[in-house]
Write a protein that binds this ligand. Sequence first.
Ligand code: MIG
Length: 773
Amino acid sequence: MLEDTSFAIRPIDQTDEAERWQPIGHVQKIEGKKQIFAFTCERASGKIHFYRDDIVRVTIDPFDQKYVSVSPAVVATPEKVDVHVREEENGWTLQTKQLTVIIERSPFRLAIYDQEGTLLVRDVQPVCFEAKGRMRCTHALAPTDVVYGLGEKTGVLNKRGAVWTMWNTDVYAPHNLETDPLYQSHPYMMVLKNGHAHGIFFDHTYKTTFDLRHESFYTFTSDGGALDYYVFAGPHPKDVLMQYTHLIGRMPLPPKWALGYHQSRYSYETEQEVRELIHTFRTKQIPLDAVYLDIHYMDEYRVFTFDQKRFPHPQSLVQYAKEQGVHIVPIVDPGVKVDAEYETYRNGVQKDYFCKYADGTLYKGDVWPGTSVFPDFLKKKVRKWWGEQHSFYTNIGIEGIWNDMNEPSVFNETKTIDEQVVHDGWKTHRQVHNVYGMMMTEATYYGLKKQLKGKRPFVLTRAGFSGIHRYAAVWTGDNRSFWEHVELSLPMCLNLGVSAVAFCGADVGGFAHDTNGELLVRWTQVGAFFPYFRNHCAIGFARQEPWAFGETYEQIIKRYIELRYEWLPHLYTLCFEANQTGVPMMRPLMMEYPNDEETWNISDQFMIGEQVMVAPIVRPYTKHRIVYFPEGRWIDYWTKERFEGGRRYIVEAPLDRLPIYVKEGAMIAHAKAKLSTFIKDEQLTLYVYTMKEGTSTYTLYDDDGTTFAYEKGEYVHMHIRATFLDDTVYFEVETEGAYEPTWQLRVVFVGDVPSTVVVNGEQRAIEEASIVL
Ligand code: MIG
């Protein structure tokens, strides 16, 4: 395998005069201990460490570095792996059941293959470092390879053709192809090579770049630290997600209310306004589960306060909202106002909890409250303290918190904390910047979790790093009311999903700029199928509540918010899948059809689970579009028209229609629309999209929707297998778990109603095309 000349080593390009890249040189020594292989080169030492048969970690450290990683990403510890070792003339071959790692000695370079011999990683340039502590590696990438992931990036689904930087940044200017970086850092890619997927995660908190402009290789550069990456063997895209989330953890189940419709504005400025808002939703019978309090609720933007004039009775407001089935979610920013009469500031100063320069002076930066200080979230006791402050909210019944500005964003030239500020001892902000927001959100999550005594907290965050999904949902920040931003939200959220952030969404209607009726309709339609569904609008722009543009638009918007609630049992089932496997509910087509090349670059259609495809309208005055259907037969959700897969069709989509397609044979659980998830379902409907012949399966998941009892078996899993044969459907139904559902499940057939239905061997009468399981 080593002979392949197409991967001949490339010269080191000294692109910048100031840079003097040093190759790490030849291997001088290698020592293996079970599953850890340590090697020494001329200018660096390194390790190949197998975490599992399908996960390997590579670390390379220049000799003089005293580097300690601060990355909070990885939560798994290595499992026992049997590694078969062979020493050869110019190197070593290390082999597990799923991975083969070849170490070439002179000069050092790696090649990593999966068990089928697909090349996953190969150094095509020596690993280099530079005096400033920067590291760089260059790996082969075939011209036809497709790259996904990288978290929250603009552009299309395939990330090739650009340089992407990881440095959490607040960007209000309109997001476009040149806008990089944004709020989150996910130094992780999923590569699809001829239908085989593998993953690579560079666990670097420093500023990093992925140069994906080249035809046959990519370069990863880190501004500091040792080279530290993990390779995931795949070969299926879902395997990669399982492997990646094995390493960095999976998302807990959100409370059901977090999946409902959320309404926000910067800001609903008074208690009265919030009450009226909720009241209007209820009079108009529009479903609603949460209302957000943006920065105006605070007393001059001091976190953990309410403005006495605007919000004199927060507790009764929260109470009123709950009676209406609505949660109140206040915003919490990291900046703490410098004000000697303000408790949080005084307390934090006394405890020495705010970020400082090396010489001991407090770092101060301007944010909404004016001059502010910033908690050092890298310290465990600061996180604990910060979490505890949230009893201010939880004591009055609040169960959800919105973290903003946690890149952290500062109103200065660099837009953030000075890189020279030190955290948790002597780690510079330059090193910890990308994880600051995640540590804040972790603090928030655990604080709430403790105070809510068994109830699931909901946290929304703008900044994040790999692993953020363990604590929060993510929204894509300050988009605008542009059609282009509806379109952009698809690949952005799809790649967040590929990067393990299953629970994400974009501001529906657009944040800045004035929206209009048509745009709000189209955005609400597609937003209803995003994992996180919130309408949010900036100060000074046209109101965009569902009724803002008159009756015609309002009715369609209402219909789609209701549709969200009808689909909730299915979406919740998919949330559970994400919780178990890391596979996101909203996924690119390639995740279901990796062998179908046509799917690889589709940015404007997506899958909800395995069997539902959404093809939204993202252009004005547009009532049709082209839809690609992968193999199999598909049924139009609205018209029941059937489509033969493996080709494209032009489909009609009048303003009130979001094109949705369900695969033949699919089973999908729906509920009746309701005003809030506070209302329990008495009946669910399992829509069975009949086919002539074949078998399909569905596992419906449910639990109490609010507590962690599901972790102890208090859930219901209904495994349903349907076999279609000779005009008969045979159902095999098995129920598992200790939770007693509030609903009964009725089957409704879509398409040809079978003449006979057999449930667990017993023939059942069909009434009005339906039966109860
Ligand atoms: O500097 O809190 O992205 O959602 O409404 C702006 C006010 C601060 C930015 C967030 C946006 C929020 C706004 N915030």
